[in-house]
Design a protein. Sequence first.
Length: 276
Amino acid sequence: MTGSTGGPVVVGVGPAPADLEVVRLAAREAAAHGRGLALLHAFNWEAALTGPSVAGSRDVAEELIARAATAANEVEPAVPVSGEIVEGAPVEALIRRSGTAFLVALGDGGMAGCGSCVPADAPAVQLAARAGCPVLVVRRDPPPPGPVLVGVDGSPNSRTVLDFAFGCAARRQARVIAVRAVEPGRPDDGDDVLGTLVAEVGRRHPQVPTECHTVRGDPGTVLVEQSRSAQVALVGARGDQPGRGMLGEVSQTLLYHAPAPVIVVRGLVSAVPGGA
């Protein structure tokens, strides 16, 4: 299953106040990529049937969609907004929609500030591991107006991740900081490995300023530290096996600990010459 290059940005809408920040950032993402915004609320019919009124539960769901649409229109009035209420669990609903979406967005549930207590079945982790398109995981605090950070590991999937990062930066009028972390004790092929790859992909976006940094250290730790000043951090789902429906160690570390919003890039085929 792969995402649709012509599809909308789909965002999960829930009852928590922090969900409106997710909607706002998803609306900005939709505007940046010239997409529509689809608001998706998963309606639990089983729970509704045990309540005092099915109609009342449905009314609450419709109110959530209306409130989210207002929040989206306030920050990006030109973005077309649609709403949908579906039956089922939120993560499963978003995974189904990811097959026709350009990107799906969900809040992190507070896990960035949770330390080591993040459960493996956290909704954002499950979505990032199983979606058929890129996944945006939004933090509770708005990001700074910094650069677009992208982790590059030199795998065939790196071109796809870099190309998506350049597209994000171009529409945001931001610079790209590409970071390649080399674990201590491992041989390093040299700085030109990263520079050559970034120059190759960057030819499609000559207006985007770039910085390249090869750093010794644990890749996840390095990227988390670099993300503190970024407006968004991008990483591949799994560098060595990008087609697998799971997450690698680096992408998990970013999801758990990066203070910036994280986009896990998956479900795309590289359009860059030489890409896999």
